[in-house]
Every structure is written in structure tokens, then in C-alpha cells.
Design a protein around this ligand. Structure first.
Ligand code: PLP
Length: 463
């Protein structure tokens, strides 16, 4: 392939993908990977842990592979490939801007992940900023604000209660100082959608700003900064089918430009000079580069842009409809097992993405998840999903008795204090969720066919 234009790289990859697979709307890598079962034989791996990290889209992989020979340094080199890579990086920024339907003047900063994006925003808060955050948030949204004045809001039981709770809290705040609300778009525990537009309206009515944690929303639903009227959005590439180490913080430039650079170093600085007194003066960039010190992760940014294009071209309407079928299959299957309790804040009718957590009466969740893996080749997650307060609220269990994130506290067979999470999205075949439902029913009815033991706090097959 010649290096004529950056666009040529991605167009070639699109054409290959369209020819390769017309059955699944967006094929992912790993569809043919087989894994051994403890009970004998092999099965294709059912990756049902998308909420942690989704498989790479085939299109993303193809785009990255097509670009890889042309990889070069960004922003620094005089050579052709450096210029091409710089174009690719800056074009990726524009693609993300379009994907998020950003306003004029918004900045797209490439970070390492959602966690990194929210910590960056936390470091850029104006002095005396008050922060409002629901206790139901993922730790990435819950914890970065601890140096500010934080109000933790109790878990609401309806979307309307969420808005009313926020309004009450904001009404009591000092109306003159700056304030920020941080809210998730879709829960990483229940998959339920939060009333982002209404929360944004409440925030703005009380003179506060709002940042949307779209880590679980962006892979499943369109996110329009303009329509939702949020001030910032954060998401991670590896949950958006682009596992190359990048994330995004997009939104208003003013707080970011007024803040000290997140990292001090090359790329963030425009001019550095020695002072007569021996010190150093620095002029920092005012663009997104201010918070992107160091050599940018061009492949990470390019892969996110590739995923944004692929999702947009596939069409979110089709993706949402397909995912809803999978959600219905899983929820209907689980509803047929009386021992299973699905965790929910907002109730059965709440709109949700393909993230479902549950507990099974009489089972340790780690044991259950280990059996799903070892006996059925199904990868799910067990634990508290880095949302300890929410999972504890939903389980109604004693906070003091819980283990660390992902670490079970009980031996196989004991009552569970953790939960199991199944999650899916683009490229998930029907067979994976059907196998999952069958496995749940068989495990509950017949018990595990193998012995398991706890090693380093996790259940594993005994042999
Ligand atoms: C809702 C939510 N926010 C934030 C994060 C943190 O994402 P990352 O680990 O990519 O920083 C996660 C990860 O699971 C999440 O589910």
C-alpha cells in the first residue's frame, strides 16, 4: 500500500471488513479462539466481560495493522512518517470531536483511560470547587475528587429520585463558588441508564457543571455532548473495542486551560527558558497539548478514532436493537431460575445496556464464575466491580465484611457477598448468551461437575 494519504489507510481497512463479515454487524477479534474445559475437550471462548474490557473490533485491528508500518513520532519529527503520524493523531482528535458531537471550542484531550481523564479533570478544578457525586459511581468517578469539597449523594431508587436528590443538594450549596457534578451514563454494575440530560439541566440551573463518565455508555449508545448538554465526557478506548492504551476527556476548554498541566514535560510546554536567577520559566500550551505531555500514544488515539468511525458507520440504532435482543435473552433466562437475583437500582423496566449483575442463592460468586469458565468456556466477572458502595447497597450486605475489588471473601459453597457480572455488545453471537443461560441453569440444577479451591482469594479448579 502506498502512503498517499491517511484516509487511504482507513478506507482500505473498511473495505476489507465489509467483505469479511456481513453476518455480525461489527465483528470482533477472538471469535474463533478455543479454550480447554476441565471436563474435557475445547469450546470457542465466550467473552462475556465486555464491561471490563471489550474485544478489539476487527476493523480497529485492521486499521492499526495498516498504519503500523508507517508509524512515526508525533509532533516532533521532520520526516514524512512523523508528519503522517502527526496528521493521524490530530485527525483522530477531530474524529472523536465528531463522534461526541462536541461544541465549537471544546477540547478533546487524549488520556490513558477514563480513570486518567477524571483524575485530570479533578486536578483542573478551580479553587474551592464543590463536587457532587452519587455513591453509586465506579471508583474512577467516586475517588478522584477527594482533595475538593465533595458531597456524596445516596443511591437513588428511581431516575426521578436521582434528579431530585441532586437538586436538593445543589440548592443547599454555596451558589457563588464553582461546582461540578460527576455522573455515570450507564452503570457498570446494573447496566442501567442514568438520566444524564435531566441531571445536566439540574446542574446548570444551579450554576454547576457536569462531567459524564461514559465508560459504559459510549460503547453502546450515541453520546452527544450538545444534546445531553454535559460539560465534559470521559471514556476509555479498551471498553470501546480499541484496546491500545488510550482514553478521552472532551469538553469545555476554560478549566483545562486555566489549570496547571496534568503532567509537566515536553509537548505541554511551548517555550522554556532559564531565568537570570538560575530558575526556569515555562510557557504552557493552551490547547489540548497542555495536558498531553510526553510522546503521544498515536496508535491508541488512532484506534479510538477507528472504533468511533466503525460504530457510527454500523449505526447505533442497529447496535442498540441487536444488544436489546441479547439483553432480553439473558434476562428472560435468568428470570426462569428462582435462585438467581438480578441486581437493579431502577427496577425491571429501566432502560439498560448489556451489563447484568446477579447473585445465585447458595453459591459463592467466585465459585460460580470459575465453573462458568472451567466447565463452559465462558468469561464473566465476579466481585464488587470497583463500585463497592453500590454493590453493597444492592446486596444489602455489611460493608465491613467485604474483600477488595474482585477478591471473593468466602470459600466455595459459602453464601456469596460478591456478585457475578455478564456483559456483551458488538460482535457477541447469540450462541454465547444462549450458552451462558444454559450454563447458569445447569449449574444451579446439577451443581458444578468439578472440584474448586480458593487460591490467593480466587476460586480455581482443584486440578
Ligand atoms: C463506569 C466506569 N467508569 C470508569 C471506569 C474506569 O475505566 P478505566 O479502567 O478504563 O479507567 C470503568 C471501568 O470499569 C467503568 O465501568
Amino acid at each position: 500500500m502506498s502512503v498517499s494519504t491517511v484516509a487511504a489507510l482507513s478506507t482500505a481497512a473498511v473495505d476489507q471488513t465489509v467483505c469479511r463479515d456481513t453476518t455480525a454487524s461489527l465483528p470482533v477479534l477472538g471469535r474463533d479462539v478455543t479454550v480447554p474445559l476441565v471436563t474435557g475437550g475445547e469450546v470457542t471462548y465466550a467473552a462475556l466481560d465486555y464491561a471490563a474490557s471489550a474485544p478489539a473490533l476487527q476493523r480497529v485491528w485492521d486499521d492499526v495493522a495498516a498504519y503500523a508500518p508507517y508509524y512515526g513520532s508525533v509532533h516532533r519529527g521532520a520526516g514524512y512518517l512523523s508528519q503522517l503520524s502527526t496528521d493521524l493523531f490530530e485527525n483522530a482528535r477531530r474524529t472523536v470531536e465528531e463522534f461526541l458531537d462536541c461544541r465549537d471550542g471544546d477540547q478533546v484531550v487524549f488520556t490513558r483511560s477514563t480513570t486518567d481523564s477524571l483524575n485530570l479533570l479533578a486536578a483542573a478544578l478551580p479553587a474551592d470547587c464543590q463536587v457532587f457525586v452519587f455513591e453509586t459511581e465506579h471508583h474512577a468517578s467516586l475517588l478522584p475528587w477527594r482533595d475538593a469539597r465533595v458531597t456524596y449523594l445516596n443511591a437513588p431508587r428511581t431516575p426521578g429520585e436521582a434528579v431530585a436528590t441532586l437538586e436538593r443538594a445543589l440548592a443547599e450549596r454555596d451558589p457563588h463558588g464553582p461546582a461540578l457534578v460527576c455522573v455515570t451514563g450507564a452503570s457498570n454494575v446494573t447496566g442501567e441508564l442514568w438520566p444524564v440530560r435531566e441531571l445536566a439541566a439540574a446542574a446548570h440551573e444551579h450554576g454547576a457543571r457536569i462531567v459524564l463518565d461514559a465508560a459504559q455508555l459510549a460503547p453502546h449508545h450515541p453520546v452527544s455532548v450538545r444534546e445531553l448538554d454535559v460539560d465534559w465526557v470521559a471514556f476509555s478506548g479498551h471498553k470501546l473495542y480499541a484496546p491500545f492504551g488510550s482514553g478521552v476527556l472532551a469538553g469545555r476548554a476554560d478549566w483545562l486551560t486555566a489549570a496547571e498541566p496534568y503532567l509537566a514535560g515536553g509537548g505541554a510546554s511551548r517555550k522554556v527558558s532559564r531565568r537570570v536567577d538560575g530558575g526556569v520559566d515555562v510557557e504552557w500550551h493552551e490547547s489540548a497539548a497542555r495536558h498531553e505531555a510526553g510522546s503521544p500514544n498515536v496508535i491508541g488515539a488512532y484506534s479510538i478514532a477507528s472504533a468511533c468511525k466503525a460504530l457510527t458507520e454500523a449505526g447505533f440504532d442497529a447496535l442498540v436493537a441487536r444488544e436489546q435482543q441479547l439483553i432480553d435473552t439473558v434476562r428472560a433466562g435468568l428470570a426462569e431460575v428462582p435462585e438467581v437475583r438480578v441486581l437493579s437500582l431502577f427496577g425491571d423496566d429501566a432502560p439498560r445496556v448489556g451489563v447484568i449483575s446477579f447473585v445465585v442463592e447458595g453459591w459463592n460468586s467466585s465459585h460460580f464464575a470459575a465453573a462458568l469458565s472451567a466447565e463452559y468456556g465462558i468469561g464473566v466477572r465476579d466481585g464488587l466491580f470497583c463500585a463497592h458502595p453500590l454493590v453493597r447497597t444492592l446486596l444489602g450486605s455489611d460493608p465491613q465484611t467485604q474483600g477488595e475489588c474482585g477478591a471473593p471473601e468466602a470459600a466455595p459453597g459459602e453464601k456469596s457477598l460478591n456478585a457475578i457480572r455478564v456483559s456483551f455488545g458488538a460482535g457477541t453471537p447469540d450462541e454465547h448468551v444462549e450458552r451462558f443461560v444454559r450454563a447458569v441453569k445447569e449449574l444451579v440444577r446439577d451443581g458444578a461437575q468439578w472440584n474448586y479451591r480458593t487460591v490467593d482469594g480466587r476460586c480455581v479448579p482443584a486440578v
